[in-house]
Design a protein around this ligand. Sequence first.
Ligand code: ADP
Ligand code: MG
Length: 721
Amino acid sequence: MTMRTNWANESARTGRQAAVEKSGSVSDTFGCYTFGLDEMQRRLPRPIFEAIKATIASGEPLDMGFADEIAHAMKEWAVENGATHFTHWFQPLTGATAEKHDAFIEFSGGRTIERFSGNQLIQAEPDASSFPSGGIRSTFEARGYTAWDPTSPAFLIFNEHGATLTIPSVFVSYTGEALDKKTPLLRSMRELNRAARSTMALMGRPTSAVNATLGAEQEYFLVHRDLFVQRPDLEVTGRTVLGTTPPKGQQLDDNYFGTIDERALDFMGEVETEAWKLGIPAKTRHNEVAPHQYEVAPIFLPLNLSSDQNHLLMDLMRKVARRRDLAVLFHEKPFAGVNGSGKHNNWSLSTAEGRNLLDPGDSADEHVEFLYFLCAVLRGVHARAELLRASIASAGNDHRLGANEAPPAIMSVFLGSRLTEILDTLLAGQSISAVADQVIQTGLEVLPQVKKDNTDRNRTSPFAFTGNKFEFRAVGSAQSNATPMAFLNVAVTEALDEMGERLKTRLDNGEDRNEAIFAVIKEVYADAKPIVFNGNGYSQDWVEEAARRGLPNHTTTPTALTAITSESSKALLARYGILQPHELDARYTVLLEKYNCMLDIEAVQMIRMAKTGVLPAAYSQQSVMADAYAKIAACGIEAAVQKDELSIYSGMIAETITAIDGVRQALSAAPDDEEAATKAEYQCATMIPAMDRLRTVCDALERRTDEDLWPFPNYHALLFQ
Ligand code: ADP
Ligand code: MG
């Protein structure tokens, strides 16, 4: 069934826009809906402003004695801009964001006033008992509370009647357990900052802070809302559980960077305009590989802020899509056989002075720093490959990793040939000092070429060096960046600490600093080299080669997630105070339950669509065929072909009925939900194959059934209209 409607349905837009419109150029309005540094400077006494600035720059804790004054200034600003409510905005383990609004309204001396106290700013206690905690909250009988994160500015979200002051927050239990995704991220940033600073000090170039930076490229599909609502699978599960691939999909490669569809451009423009006001520096937009697939990429920012903003941007995109009669799909694989969507996490390290430590730089000193930090990342990813793989595991990403245009499930690092050659030269090296001299003296010629070399982008790598940053490409489009980034931070922290110890020992032994640094670089590279892979990650050869190198290859979520609770991961994350072993057990359970639940929902959805949509359509088609056969035969004409077709088609209906029953049986024979790990294995071994069988027969029927009888918009309609 196909349908066309008008995409840019202006009338669907509410008065909201008009109510909040601020005109002016981007530079005038950028961040106007955030309580950012400019606004704070204007409204706060200098010592308080300086304290907040220091907290943002270096992660130093803020003196909560300032809370009342900050809260007052924040409220004044918010109310002047039309705010009526405030909310703590946090990131529970669901992977989405959560908020509970309270009005500023209070009674005082018989009058109604607007009040917002320091306590309300710092802390709130949502009734959050329904958020997943993996058993932590009941075990410890601990209530959850949200606490203001001063490093991420508060912002305003408008509705037709005003606005809500939205305060980025962490979500923790009274006994200190993290109940969210943001707390471990902040802790990992603190540790990475510490480790990187002591590295810089050992290198003789001390700095007051090293902050991780993130630029998150977000891929997504846009489909017409009228079609979307006729696909209950898309609405409920985020992906099409049935649907046959169109004759022309993306084979011609003519969509990537193609002219942007006007309807999509209108959508993007509206998203960007609102994003800028919220301080989200949306910069790049383009078509992606598949039809109706796009990407938006903001300019990079400090990691925590950028991670928050990605959530905000996704929310904004959902809202704008609705207003414009579109639906935005963030699922990693909404359409089988078509390119999936990722969220490329561009990550680097920036000093307080603004030096990007993963930029080769211009001076000999910078080259040395660069190589050292580069090797720390290699070591981190090599040593903690399984943890990083676990951080991106989800039912959705399982469809994407290793499929069309997506990196494989094997963690490896793409360095590019030039950089690999430099490191190999170092490793093969004559005496270390000779190599060091070579690199340092010819540094200006050698290293800057690294950047140019990276034009040969490797799309098949899950983790690629791209000239002055790493790009963790395997992260799924629907996922929060917080966990992948937290685990990456910890992996690199561990590497820096270990390397720092070696360096320190050498320096204490009186070795020349540069010689010592290069010695460590060489040792670390020798160990971590198996993680470097510049070839085609899609090839079967790589799967075999990776196995020979001893690199793990977890192709499904249940096996990938086991790394979270391994003894070694628990020791690592506890050592750095990121998450304690029982918290990791809890997270493991939450993630498995989410996986199991997603598959259950998909299975039920599939059965329903097959029974109430596919079969009735197939019976209609069958009856048309039977009529045709009977009429032809009644005329005394040979109708063997029609009879064959009818019997093949009838056979397919029978297979569909059997396959429906297969999924139904798989559902009823499933292990108990409480046995999350056993059930997850069952989902992989039994449920997914049963669903695959059902899909195969339904899709075969779709190819033989009159399009007008088919009950769901097909791939052609979804992807080309
Ligand atoms: P691509 O060719 O992958 O699109 P871009 O240069 O456009 O590369 O950058 C992609 C993303 O990487 C953007 O979000 C950009 O801001 C971000 N980025 C650039 N430099 C850094 C950095 N030092 N740290 C983190 N992200 C960065
Ligand atoms: Mg990129």
